[in-house]
Design a protein around this ligand. Structure first.
Ligand code: SF4
Ligand code: SF4
Length: 274
């Protein structure tokens, strides 16, 4: 009898152990798979392919981050090395483990002229041809690591307080960010100088985000995919001849529904039930 009790206890202990291990394994796995899923808000090095393609191409060798930290310009006056811009994601970073990324408020990209992080990439995840200009030279201004976005409600320039920290920090001074003069109607005698980001020039280096004086930056970099909209090909810029030519051959598309069959004036005057 005592022997069968012992066996039962052993069986229960083994079962509980395996249940515990399975649960722990599940927890670890869900943590791991969270890391494996790419965070949509990650900023990649210059020339990075679109995120899905980048994740397929990057072999996680770390050569870009190594080139970034070891570049000649990355030294203090006493010759000691500064932290590099690019970090390789590890557990807890909530990015695909082993892939390079940067956080502008820690270390932004200094937009090196020779872009040392890119030519060392052996996999094409950092796409050199996308950074070549008309003279076939590497041109950091062609990179689109992200796009600066201004949160008007927390940007003190929109309150009427004089601040041009982001404007001054931008390496593409007066091109990627301009200051727009606007009359302050509330006081009637002051002016706003508002930072306006130009998405066709901004490279997403993050120097503006690093320089912003507010408690949490009022200007920050988002990946292009998350910071841009899309008008759709059926909208035409009436003032742009090229854009008009684009749709010259387009076929007319007629929407068929109850409303489209009526005249605009009819349905605008229709009674609406709420
Ligand atoms: S361009 Fe930016 S990411 Fe590349 S090496 Fe220079 S600072 Fe680092
Ligand atoms: S050098 Fe290229 S392949 Fe290697 S970690 Fe950087 S992006 Fe990935």
């Amino acid at each position: 009898m005592a022997n069968s009790d012992n066996n039962r206890r052993k069986f229960m202990a083994t079962t509980l152990q395996s249940v515990g291990l399975t649960a722990l394994g599940g927890l670890l796995w869900s943590g791991y798979s969270d890391e494996v899923k790419a965070s949509p808000l990650v900023l990649r090095p210059p020339g990075a392919l679109p995120e899905d393609d980048f994740l397929k191409a990057c072999i996680k060798c770390g050569l870009c981050a190594e080139a970034c930290v070891n570049r000649d310009s990355n030294k203090n006056k006493d010759g000691s090395k500064r932290p590099g811009t690019l970090k390789m994601a590890k557990g807890g970073d909530h990015r695909m483990i082993g892939t390079p990324f940067f956080i502008p408020t820690e270390v932004p990209c200094y937009m090196c002229d020779d872009i040392p992080c890119v030519p060392v990439c052996p996999s094409g995840a950092l796409d050199m041809p996308s950074l070549l200009n008309e003279k076939e030279e590497l041109d950091i201004n062609k990179s689109r690591m992200g796009l600066a976005v201004v949160h008007k409600e927390s940007c003190i320039a929109f309150w009427g307080i004089q601040c041009d920290a982001c404007y001054r920090a931008c390496p593409l001074l007066d091109e990627a960010i301009t200051l727009e003069y606007q009359k302050n109607e509330r006081t009637g005698k002051h002016a706003f100088l508002l930072p306006i980001v130009h998405s066709d020039v901004c490279t997403g280096c993050g120097l503006c985000e690093k320089a912003c004086v507010t408690e949490k930056p009022a200007i920050f970099i988002l990946p292009i995919e998350q910071s841009t909209g899309k008008a759709g090909s059926h909208y035409v810029k009436g003032w742009d001849k090229k854009d008009q030519e684009r749709v010259r051959e387009a076929k007319e598309i007629k929407t068929k529904n109850e409303r489209s069959e009526k005249e605009a004036a009819d349905y605008l005057n229709m009674e609406v039930e709420y």
